[in-house]
Design a protein around this ligand. Structure first.
Ligand SMILES: [Zn+2]
Length: 349
């Protein structure tokens, strides 16, 4: 048994839902369909997204059993690429042209898997260059990549190289260390003296949180990334984060005292949870406020590896049932397909 039936909405328990969307194929659906010996399209159909009629949550009517999730995150894909990309240095001309060489080699060898892999990577690097820094025509460049016109890259090498300043905010190379986001949240929830994050340790805001704020990395027992297997050059992702930010303390979410923390950030994490209400309850027991950044399911159908998708309506429903308030005035992540919600107990001066 690889899947379990989901009879009711994981947020409001309603049994009324309607078809919402199919996920696009990605690395996860590719690996897991191969592992389960299912056709990838067939898998994506099993994992189609429905929308709860009562609360607006998007979820899957069939979901993986925990043992399959553990295999997915601990064996099939051990390393969380989007986490490591925030410290990978891949956003640079040297890395770009190196990966272009790898792509060219895969094309010449007719190696379909690596062709897809390097092409995806090159597209994400090119897409992370802000418009203001572009010294070449992005569409033309993406077209050249698509049609394997390698001469284009030779001819435009110096213009491409001159376009790498810093990656777009909220791209995979910046993660959530975005100053305007910190400014917004620290202003709304002032004072933030104790700050915590849960989820992937590499893509959060620790590196821009001012010195003097106590920083905590929260853990839970869960089938997800950031296990001991998520390791590069001998360091796990948690160790790599600790090396970059030497003052972060590790604590278990369930060990926290009431209202111990001013703010908990939850980046792209809710969509993995099978019981979001229990999670919300433990978060709002421990913290005055929580910041959520999550892919907007109306822009991108929830992927194969995500159980739920969070609409504004679903956040409002959750907040109402917990007696807390939602602020969605920060719009700076929309261009990258993310929504930002700040949930807190009550309005403060
Ligand atoms: Zn619902």
């Amino acid at each position: 048994m690889n899947f379990t039936d989901v009879f009711a909405c994981p947020l409001c328990l309603s049994k009324k839902n309607e078809f919402h969307s199919h996920a696009s194929p990605n690395l996860y659906s590719e690996k897991i369909s191969r592992f389960l010996k299912l056709d990838e399209q067939e898998l994506l159909d099993v994992l189609r997204n429905v929308r709860c009629v009562r609360c607006g949550l998007i979820f899957k009517r069939q979901w993986f059993v925990p043992s399959i999730l553990r295999i997915l995150f601990n064996e099939l894909i051990q390393i969380h690429p989007r986490g490591w990309d925030t410290i990978s240095g891949r956003f640079s001309p040297a890395q770009f042209f190196k990966e272009l060489e790898f792509f060219k080699t895969a094309v010449e060898a007719g190696d379909a898997e690596n062709k897809a892999r390097w092409s995806r990577g090159l597209v994400s690097i090119l897409s992370a260059i802000p418009d203001r820094d572009l010294r070449f025509n992005r569409e033309e460049c993406l077209g050249a990549l698509e049609s394997r016109k390698f001469k284009y890259f030779m001819d435009n090498q110096s213009l491409i190289a001159a376009s790498f300043e810093s990656p777009i905010d909220f791209s995979r190379f910046t993660g959530y260390s975005v100053k305007s986001l910190w400014d917004y949240v620290s202003h709304e929830i002032r004072p933030v003296a104790t700050y915590a994050e849960i989820g992937c340790p590499l893509w959060g805001m620790y590196k821009i949180v001012p010195p003097g704020v106590k920083k905590i990395f929260l853990t839970r027992d869960e089938p997800n990334f950031w296990s001991d297997r998520c390791r590069i050059d001998g360091f796990t992702c948690v160790e790599a984060m600790m090396r970059e930010n030497d003052s972060v303390e590790m604590m278990s979410l369930n060990s926290l005292n009431k209202h111990q923390i001013d703010l908990i950030s939850v980046f792209q994490y809710l969509d993995h949870l099978e019981n979001p209400l229990i999670f919300f309850k433990s978060i709002f027991f421990a913290a005055r406020a929580a910041l959520f950044v999550i892919e907007d399911p109306e822009l991108t159908p929830p992927h194969a590896q995500h159980f739920t998708g969070w609409t504004a309506e679903a956040f409002q429903y959750a907040a109402k049932s917990l007696g807390i308030v939602v602020d969605d005035s920060y719009q700076g992540a929309k261009a990258q397909g993310h929504s930002v919600y700040l949930l807190r107990r009550c309005l403060q001066l």
